[in-house]
Write a protein that binds this ligand. Structure first.
Ligand SMILES: [Fe+2]
Ligand SMILES: [Fe+2]
Length: 274
């Protein structure tokens, strides 16, 4: 299999950026202090897919708005600038046809779970949701560069429930591509000026041990909970198993926690894609 070089990634980002000028413009505007929801909504209104996603997300049950948000400016204020930036980056990468419905399901479940964990940790829930949405963006870039090669590793990651299986997946990825998707994702986020705490949380979302920040802890747990949900492994009696459990949800709370995440994620997926 061909290794992925820094040049490949730069060329890919440049080609995606050129073909998605609205979303790339939104990503740089979000960082400016003098740009508010009104200015952002004027730029975003040129991209119907992005408008639709932001409106649907703001109207989903997750934000408790009762489906009453009618203005894009209000929707942006509700979901927050970081979520707008995450959706914009996903739109750019999606342009390469590398974001599948399963990827969306994993992103939304991870984002909802990360936000719930952040609430327990007293961390920024909106930020955890936004970073959860794009924690695997490196994998999407990888599959846009090499669709056939990355499909088997994506399957390996989704079924990696133990520390050993997770390590095996990262080794397989490095051997195949010369880089793992977490580091690649962090490079992509760095290119688009995401803040250092976000870049760091994504770079280490498959850690060997511990957390480096509350945001990082929420992202790692969100990803683990999403993989547990996708695996269909019963979440009762996992305490003694080898399965990697979230660090900030007690095993006895896990079944109820998973139910809440599943319900919210399913509702959001329905609102976004039906
Ligand atoms: Fe990952
Ligand atoms: Fe993930």
């Amino acid at each position: 299999m061909e290794l992925i070089s820094t040049e490949d990634v730069s060329l890919r980002i440049e080609s995606l950026e050129a073909s998605h000028s609205v979303a790339s413009r939104v990503m740089s505007l979000v960082e400016r202090d003098d740009v508010g929801a009104r200015e952002l909504s004027i730029v975003i209104s040129a991209d119907p897919v992005l408008v639709y996603r932001i409106m649907q997300m703001a109207n989903s049950a997750f934000y408790g708005t009762g489906g009453r948000v009618r203005e894009l400016r209000v929707a942006i204020a509700i979901i927050g600038f970081q979520a707008v930036k995450s959706l914009s980056l996903t739109a750019v990468i999606e342009g390469a046809g590398s974001v599948t419905p399963q990827d969306w399901q994993h992103s939304i479940s991870s984002a909802v779970a990360a936000s719930e964990v952040a609430r327990r940790l007293g961390a920024d829930q909106q930020l955890a949701f936004s970073v959860g949405l794009l924690h695997d963006i490196g994998r999407a870039v990888m599959s846009s560069l090499n669709p056939a090669g990355s499909a088997s590793i994506t399957r390996l990651e989704r079924s990696a429930l133990t520390a050993a299986a997770e390590r095996e997946m990262l080794v397989a990825e490095r051997e195949a591509f010369g880089i793992n998707h977490a580091v690649l994702g962090a490079d992509v986020l760095g290119y688009w000026n995401f803040s250092p705490d976000i870049v760091q949380a994504v770079a280490s979302h498959h850690p060997q041990k511990g957390s480096i920040s509350r945001l990082h802890g929420a992202i790692v747990d969100g990803d683990r909970i999403a993989r547990l949900i996708e695996s269909d492994v019963p979440v009762t009696d996992l305490a003694e198993s080898e399965i990697l459990l979230p660090q900030y949800v007690h095993p006895t709370d896990l079944p109820d926690f998973v139910k809440v995440v599943q319900a919210k994620a399913t509702a959001m997926l329905h609102d976004l894609f039906s």
